[in-house]
Design a protein around this ligand. Structure first.
Ligand SMILES: [Zn+2]
Length: 288
């Protein structure tokens, strides 16, 4: 087994045992290989070269679970999608549960599992615009494309105390930036703004802003008030129970109020994101 036969000869996929030639495999850690069929089961945004065999297998299991969430829950939910038909790229928001990233097939790879992402796994999102350099000196730049770039909380180190408080959840693999091109010509519909606004809504970005001349409470103030009201009710109930002794029925009521209080407190602390986290947790439990 010389250098060339290692490079060009057939190798065995360490996951499924298939023989794979140099064009249909990826090298992973410890000089092992995965075949293109196994690679298709992975996310488009991870790098298998950084993973060992166990990590790739764990990742495929993870993606299969997300596929189940897609098939069993998301496809039946209300959806809002923003697509660039030309590039076959886009994003679909399933308001309650999370979103789906559809990415191009530029490497000729059709992924087997859908890229389902939880809202609380998003670290940042932003608009991007790329311009073509002018063909001649003195001519203006021309529009090339625009879209959004999404970054995920990729490892535990990236979760600082502050993001933990805001209800962040770790996407369990390091990912490269998720770049979704939504427009390749200024004549196409401008979706990137809609996508950013959708994320702003989910993350409560404008919730602490009251409309000018409005004396009402904004969304975040309402959340905080609700948490206080629920806490007061809970304390009242608990004191009553302590003084009088409580029936089984009364205890059930107290437990119910406690759950309510926990939910409204979490909503106030995370600017509403906790409701989406709870939905995503429930979906994960449902598919097993
Ligand atoms: Zn394989």
């Amino acid at each position: 087994m010389g250098f060339f036969s290692n490079l060009f000869g057939k190798q065995t996929c360490c996951l499924c045992g298939a023989e794979c030639g140099p064009m249909s495999r990826d090298k992973i850690k410890n000089k092992e290989y995965v075949c293109s069929d196994c690679k298709k089961k992975c996310s488009s945004f991870i790098r298998v070269s950084e993973m060992d065999k166990e990590t790739v297998q764990g990742h495929i299991d993870f993606m299969e679970k997300r596929e189940k969430i897609y098939q069993q829950i998301l496809v039946n939910s209300k959806a809002q999608s923003y697509f660039n038909m030309k590039k076959d790229q886009g994003i679909v928001f399933y308001d309650e549960h999370g979103f789906l990233v559809v990415i191009d097939k530029k490497h000729g790879v059709t992924k087997l599992n859908h890229e389902v992402i939880r809202y609380d796994e998003v670290e940042s999102y932003e608009l991007y615009t790329e311009m073509n350099k002018p063909t001649e000196q003195g001519k203006p730049e021309t529009f090339k494309e625009d879209g959004v770039i999404i970054k995920l909380f990729g490892n535990k180190n990236s979760l600082s105390g502050d993001s933990k408080n805001k209800g962040a959840h770790v996407y369990p693999y390091n990912t490269r930036d998720i770049k979704i091109c939504l427009r390749t010509s200024e004549k196409q519909t401008q979706y990137a703004d809609n996508v950013v606004q959708h994320f702003d809504f989910i993350f409560g970005v404008n919730d602490n802003r009251s409309a000018l001349f409005s004396f009402g409470m904004n969304k975040q103030e309402k959340r905080e008030l609700q948490a206080q009201v629920d806490m007061a009710k809970l304390m009242g109930g608990a004191i009553k129970a302590a003084v009088k002794g409580e029936s089984a029925e009364g205890n059930d009521k107290l437990m119910e109020q406690m759950e309510k209080t926990q939910a409204s407190t979490a909503a106030a602390e995370t600017s509403g994101l906790s409701a989406y986290s709870a939905k995503a947790d429930a979906a994960e439990q449902q598919v097993g």
